[in-house]
Design a protein around this ligand. Sequence first.
Ligand code: PYC
Length: 312
Amino acid sequence: MRVIDSHTAGEPTRVVVDGGPDLGSGTLAERAARLEAEHLDFCTSVVLEPRGHDAIIGALLLPPSRDDCVASVIYFNNLQNLGMCGHASIGLGVTLAYMGRIEPGRHRLETPVGVVEINLRDENTVSVTNVESYRHLKDVTVDVRGYGSFTGDVAWGGNWFFLVKDSPIDLTSANIRPLTDLTLKIREALEENGITGAGSAWIDHIELFGPPRSASANSRNFVLCPGGAYDRSPCGTGCSAKLACLAEDGLLEPGREWLQESVIGSTYRASYHLGENGAVVPTITGEAFVTSDATLIFNPADPYRLGIRSEG
Ligand code: PYC
């Protein structure tokens, strides 16, 4: 199986170029549902140790089913599919350029949650124009065992987020463990209290905000991803959810730039325009670098060929 690895603002993406499972016919959303329901072994074998680690986002590259798209893609982690993934779309743009499949300029990508645009600005810089993003719930308060109460917004940016404005823990890479513990507990508290995204969707990403380190940035964040890893980048879909909240609070005008720092200090430039129905359409710009072009080997005698999964 050929894979091409990259990182976007520090967050890794592994594009599966060929050798993925046969997902049959149907819409991309139907094929993505089949990947999640029937091919978890494939997903864990690609992203988990010993070939990878739990922060890697897989991107299964498929031929486009629409004439106006350059490719179709299904993003996945060690647990499930991701509807959309900002950093991986930037990584995929740079990977498609590395493969000689796209030239600088605008291209459309089909994802299970809709068509997004990637604008390859140079060899390493891509702007992603995401699906429409919106706030679902404002100022929801939950009691988190051992930590006290937290108030945040529930918003959609291609994935579901709970966004807490003032992190009680300093957002620095020295605090990854306590930040992860806290956000896992917040997620548990949301689940216990039946707080969900639209249509009872699981809120699988938790985002804490605090002051930036750099004078030119607007904010710093820490993002817990569904599988329990943290996002090294400022999280493209998380920035989209943030823009939706800022816009709805009247704190950021269309076209104005928001510079979001991640917990490791990497940055995305983010802005939005209003979509046809008045919703926020975010554009996120970041840099990605290809780090390897490799063949994964699956030896039937290897007891860990499907990845090392946590028990229970
Ligand atoms: O950039 O949207 C993103 C993302 C989601 C999970 C990891 N990265």
